[in-house]
Design a protein around this ligand. Structure first.
Ligand code: JB9
Length: 132
């Protein structure tokens, strides 16, 4: 299992920056933020080749262990072996994922008011995390 950070107190407008490297043979990875592993404001899941998806970012929320409706993004600004920085922030209406060359929004379906939990899973080697 990957990096997990709990007991956070990230407020609207603050950023979570995850710096790291995508494995050269990555099938997929995920960055999850929310209250805990069962209650996610955002599951940000770039898929190179998994679950039948190729080069597709799948976003979703999770409420008490139940996945919401998936949101598949049009752009896929990732390549195997890339070093990248993923910056996640949120407000009462949406979560924003900022990458060096792309930005995505996802609705704050749960009306979450603070992020307490961060997890990075799959084929992503975390180098650093910063909170600002
Ligand atoms: C078409 C059939 C029915 O529809 C499918 O139904 C599946 C099950 O619900 C959905 O899939 C689910 O989608 C969810 C979001 O909605 C989560 O992503 C979930 O994963 C949770 C999860 C995370 N994690 C850790 C993790 C995350 C990323 C990579 C790895 C491992 C790397 C692999 N590296 C290798 N092997 N080298 C591990 N494990 N499980 C996934 O199973 C598909 O999207 C959906 N597809 C469509 C088109 O609708």
């Amino acid at each position: 299992q990957g990096l997990v950070v709990t007991q956070l107190d990230i407020q609207p407008g603050e950023c979570i920056k995850v710096k790291g490297k995508i494995l050269s043979d990555a099938k997929g990875f995920a960055v999850n933020v929310g209250k805990d592993s069962s209650t996610l404001l955002l599951h940000f899941n770039p898929r190179f080749d998994c679950h039948g998806d190729v080069n597709t970012i799948v976003c979703n929320s999770k409420q008490d262990g139940t996945w919401g409706e998936e949101d598949r993004k049009a752009d896929f600004p990732f390549q195997h072996g890339d070093k990248t920085e993923i910056c996640i922030s949120f407000n009462e209406t949406e979560a924003t994922v900022k990458l060096p060359d792309a930005e995505f929004q996802f609705p704050n379906r749960l009306g979450m008011e603070k992020i307490e939990y961060l997890a990075v899973e799959g084929d992503f080697k975390v180098k650093a995390i910063k909170f600002s």
